[in-house]
Ligand binder design. Structure first.
Ligand code: PGA
Length: 268
């Protein structure tokens, strides 16, 4: 039996400075103490400038909260003004990093080859890359979803020969669902994640069964439980609903209730 421990990660994007972040994580910690989230990995993904402060709160309060970063350099060190290396993040207590989020691909021209090199750099620096993939609205309308996912995931896994599937994560984030208020249906999210697992098998073999694949895009406390119901969806990447402690706790509560009920078991 393969065990895939679910992850719910809150991507703050370009929101909350380090002072706001301390308040946010302190309140989130209090809410988490009153909940039973032991069956899932909970991760916050703040801007770079918050990482040190957030990691201090996590340590001081002994919170069961993982720390993620939103981006990392494809380079380990050198004359690359403005870049932040994976090893630097790792030293701050960061364990996971988003790679190839659609906003990086769209606004910062990150192509598939750069995503692949960045994922490799994350692994070299001791971080788990969360590789974000997903089709645009036009690609979806053209029926090209499967092809886009194959291209995006193939570009990365093709560069990571021999990688341990447990040191990777994938997030299926349809671009049209991000920030739009319209999430994918659980059926569509489930079939895209199942397709991604099949694609991953081509590179990882049987180990693809232990790869964690998340859904992201307009996740809320209202739709979170149904979105983690399909068997190939191993958690959620949450944007705007993670910007308040109450909002994120609402999503976490819905997900843990779902796993506690007979609908879904985290250990399969
Ligand atoms: P959203 O963002 O939940 O606000 O749609 C998700 C994401 O971009 O990771």
């Amino acid at each position: 039996m393969t065990e895939r421990r679910p992850i719910v990660a809150g991507n703050w994007k370009l929101h909350l400075d380090h002072v706001e972040a301390v308040h946010h994580v302190t309140e989130l910690g209090m809410r988490l103490r009153a909940m039973d989230v032991a069956s899932i990995d909970v991760v916050v993904v703040p801007p770079f400038t918050d990482l040190r402060s957030v990691s201090s709160v996590i340590e001081a309060e002994k919170l069961e909260l993982g720390l993620g970063a939103q981006h990392v350099s494809e380079f380990d060190q050198g004359a690359y003004t403005g870049e932040v290396a994976a090893a630097m993040l790792s030293r701050l207590g960061v364990t996971i990093v988003l790679v190839g989020h659609s906003e990086r691909r769209t606004f910062f021209h990150m192509d598939d080859a750069t995503v692949a090199r960045t994922a490799a750099a994350a692994l070299r620096g001791g971080l788990t890359p969360m590789i974000c993939v997903g089709e645009s609205e036009d690609e979806r309308a053209d029926g090209a979803t499967d092809e886009v996912l194959a291209r995006q995931l193939g570009a990365v896994l093709g560069e990571l020969a021999g990688v341990d599937a447990e040191r990777l994560c994938v997030a299926y984030e349809p671009v049209w669902a991000i920030g739009s208020g319209t999430a994918a249906t659980p059926e569509d999210a489930g079939s895209a994640c199942a397709h991604l697992r099949k694609l991953a098998e081509q590179h990882l073999g049987e180990a693809a069964a232990s790869l964690r694949i998340l859904y992201g895009g307009s996740v809320s406390a209202d739709n979170a439980a149904e979105l983690v119901t399909p068997p190939d969806v191993d958690g959620l990447l949450v944007g705007s609903a993670s910007l308040t402690p109450a909002g994120f706790a609402g999503v976490l509560g819905a997900v843990t209730d779902c796993y506690r009920s007979s609908r879904r078991s985290p250990r399969r």
